[in-house]
Write a protein that binds this ligand. Structure first.
Ligand code: SF4
Length: 486
């Protein structure tokens, strides 16, 4: 059983396909709308919410400024408590580390608690290639795994599925009798529970992600709502945690801030139903072997870019997805990455560095709603603009890149707008040339490449008289009048 890796396509093409799916848009609108409302209530209860956001921002900025030191402290504390720390430069190294640990345990099945980081590195697929089945135990992750689809939301991976679709997946994927399962949430949950319990009890190895890791004591933290994380982190003999290096926090005081920010901002809860911490191993209690895999996979590159570094502050609450007008219409799959929505639009191009990923910073209206809700105040619009500029520069540097129609249009615009007389002459030329295209002051159709603009919106025609012309006509008699009176 393995989730399909996301296909990498340009956002534009994928979004067009998604927009044609009206069922998807209905599911998304309902789900994001509900989460948005609940979140507003949960955060509105806190009189110091803005101060908490600022505290979260400061802690994260401090971590980034001394990331190396915090990670070394974390490593030492984990080792002191009987854990083993591995450093992985990229996905291939991380996958090989986990695969070897599982193989050494002599098992062919692992249980997993939701870990977007392992999705980022394609761990399930790497384990499957080695004959190891990874069973997702988060209900929504299990749904998308049974559907052989990637997640479409950080927090609610099956946000694009409705109850009837989930029932069909359970019947087929769990080998159930269709007459014995309705699409009632209670029945669906009970079916998943029975399916997962068997796997929890027989698992020798569990793989988890991490929301945070406290450098001070080497404690790793996972927050979740279903208790599956608690099962994974306590029942199996061996626990492997794959964690992005940016998840480290210095001490427990920092946790006080994040454990208030995260639940209210993500699931709109005052606290998470299950908050699990573990520090190394405890003889006779819980996993008897603990491995922490610290993953770079492009993060140090992000850290080196001062203008985009704040991307690493993200605590994966997903609030920015739920307010994004683009995400709410196209869903997560259009982003072609495990990180969808506004955070995906800035994180993915920095981690992946591909032409397809470079289209993601353009998947935004720059409305700023993501910045308004972000619990750690990541200025996503600013980073989007920075990455757009970088993508354009990179395209210019590629063979034939400077000849793209968009680039040519921008260069022409820059040339015309640089001098008033050029702009005025262009206006006069356009007025003469627009001829039959302009109707009642509007151009609704343009030929060729320019038609991409009028496909979705009208273009105002150049008026018979521009403001400048109107002003000059009025200014002349007025000046003559003043001259006459003096
Ligand atoms: S960028 Fe901010 S709002 Fe978006 S997921 Fe990360 S922490 Fe949450």
């Amino acid at each position: 059983m393995s989730g399909a890796a996301p296909r990498r396509r340009k956002f534009e093409a994928a979004a067009r396909e998604a927009l044609a799916d009206s069922q998807l848009r209905r599911n998304l609108a309902k789900a994001t709308g509900t989460i948005r409302e609940k979140r507003a209530v949960a955060t509105g209860e806190m009189p110091d919410w803005q101060e908490l956001r600022e505290a979260g921002r400061r802690v994260k900025a401090g971590v980034m400024a001394h990331l190396g030191e915090h990670l070394e402290r974390l490593e030492a504390a984990v080792q002191e408590r009987g854990g083993v720390v591995h450093w992985a430069r990229d996905a291939a190294e991380a996958n090989a580390i986990v695969r070897d640990i599982v193989a050494a345990e002599g098992t062919h099945e692992v249980v997993k608690v939701k870990s977007i980081t392992t999705d980022e590195i394609g761990l399930n697929e790497a384990l499957a290639a080695a004959g190891i089945t990874a069973v997702e135990t988060d209900l929504a992750e299990l749904i998308v795994q049974l559907a052989h689809e990637p997640s479409s939301h950080i927090l609610v991976p099956a946000i694009h599925k409705n109850r009837a679709q989930i029932r069909a997946l359970f019947v087929e994927g769990m080998g159930l009798d269709p007459s014995e399962l309705s699409d009632e949430p209670r029945e669906l949950t009970a079916a998943a529970r029975r399916f997962l319990r068997e796997r929890f009890f027989r698992a020798r190895v569990a793989v988890s992600g991490a929301n945070f890791a406290v450098a001070e004591t080497g404690s790793v933290c996972v927050v979740e709502s279903e208790g599956n994380g608690r099962m994974c982190t306590t029942l199996p003999h061996t626990l492997v945690t794959v964690m992005g290096i940016e998840k480290v926090v210095p001490d427990w005081q920092a946790m006080e801030v994040f454990l208030q920010l995260l639940p209210r901002s993500s699931t709109a809860e005052r606290m998470n139903p299950y908050t699990s911490f573990w520090s190394g191993v405890t003889p006779g209690d819980g996993p008897q072997a603990f491995h922490l895999v610290l993953l770079d996979n492009g993060r140090t590159r992000v850290l080196a870019d001062e203008a985009a570094r704040q991307t690493l502050h993200c605590i994966r609450c997903s609030a920015c997805l739920n307010v994004c007008p683009v995400y709410a219409r196209v869903g997560g799959h259009a982003y072609g990455s495990v990180y969808p929505g506004p955070i995906g639009a800035i994180l993915t191009p920095q981690l992946q560095r591909s032409r397809e990923a470079d289209t993601l910073p353009f998947a935004s209206t720059l409305c700023g709603a993501c910045y308004e809700v972000c619990p750690v105040k990541i200025d996503i619009p600013r980073v989007l603009l920075h990455l757009r500029g970088r993508a354009v520069e990179r395209r210019r540097g590629s063979p034939g890149g400077w000849r793209s129609a968009e680039d040519a249009a921008m260069r022409a615009a820059a040339y015309l707008l640089a001098e008033p007389w050029r702009y005025q002459r262009a206006q006069r030329l356009a007025r003469g040339g627009q001829g039959l295209l302009a109707r009642r002051g509007i151009i609704s159709w343009l030929p060729g490449y320019l038609g991409r603009w009028t496909q979705t919106r009208d273009l105002p025609a150049v008026p018979r008289r521009t403001f400048r012309e109107w002003y000059q006509e009025r200014a002349k008699p007025a000046a003559a009048d003043r001259g006459g009176r003096s």
